[in-house]
Ligand binder design. Structure first.
Ligand code: GLP
Length: 261
């Protein structure tokens, strides 16, 4: 695992946006794994800027969302599909139908989860998966206790996650759905490169447990320690509880120019 500590989230957005641009430059039909929440917005802004500058086309790329709420009213702007349409798709050139999320309106949700797994496999798997982290250590919506081998399925959110996410619902926790569909931890671990971003002091404890704690279902993000190519990009505040912070800084500052993330 590589841990990159950067001064601020804008710099992190440029670094990860650059990595995605490089991937798509080499492999225009790349498959991207998209995360929602406030954290990846800096990356989406950077991709939009690169596209506007004529440096990046996602016209042949595909993308899969990590997760989705169940039961939001049709057209709710906080549905993750709507979030990605607004924050990313509207500013780049994905082909129609190239961005997919789990079908949470299907009559048979269990089959819809299996269909999503099949679609991921048919696309050849995810090349680069963006991840945020919940304050309870979740990735996607894999709450503590999620099997490290889990696949796309229905989950119930914890009270902590519903409280954290109430800020997207006018601070009304009653409007935050109880249920979601999320790629499983086993599903996420199959992506070829995992890039987890964490910013701000409220993520410091979860980031430290994920990177330096034991691998445990109680901290779903700790599963990244099992992955051969995982990158964790944090700002100084989110890095504040890392024991080996100085080592990560030295590693990054001495990294050879030719070596990508
Ligand atoms: C939600 C999403 C996660 C995200 C987390 C953190 O629970 N399902 O994918 O990482 O929120 O959100 P934020 O980036 O807004 O802190």
């Amino acid at each position: 695992m590589e841990v990159v500590i950067l001064p601020d989230r804008a710099t992190a957005g440029q670094l990860v946006g650059g990595t995605i641009a490089e991937l798509v430059g080499k492999r225009p039909e790349a498959v991207l794994g998209l995360a929602t929440g406030s954290t990846p917005l800096v990356v989406y802004r950077d991709l939009a800027r690169r596209h506007a500058a004529g440096e990046l086309s996602l016209g042949r790329a595909q993308a899969f969302l990590l997760d989705e709420y169940i039961g939001l009213p049709t057209g709710d702007p906080e549905a993750y599909r709507a979030f990605i349409a607004r924050e990313l798709e509207a500013h780049v050139d994905f082909a129609p139908g190239a961005v997919r999320g789990p079908d949470v309106r299907a009559g048979d949700l269990v089959s819809a989860c299996d269909d999503y797994e099949r679609a991921l496999r048919a696309a050849g798997g995810v090349d680069l998966q963006l991840l945020g982290i919940g304050t309870d250590g979740h990735i996607g919506f894999n709450e503590p206790g999620s099997s490290l081998a889990s696949r796309t399925r229905i989950k119930t959110l914890t009270a902590q996650t519903r409280r954290d996410n109430a800020r997207f619902f006018d601070d009304d926790v009653e409007r935050v759905p109880w249920h979601v569909v999320t790629q499983g931890i086993g599903t996420i671990l199959e992506a070829r490169h995992l890039v987890l971003l964490a910013f701000g002091p409220e993520k410091a404890a979860a980031a430290a447990l994920a990177v330096e704690g034991p691998v445990t279902a109680m901290v779903p993000a700790s599963a990244l320690q099992l992955h051969p190519h995982a990158t964790v990009v944090v700002d100084e505040e989110a890095a504040s509880a890392l024991h080996l912070a100085d080592y990560y800084r030295e590693t990054w500052s001495h990294k050879p120019d030719w070596q990508a993330l």
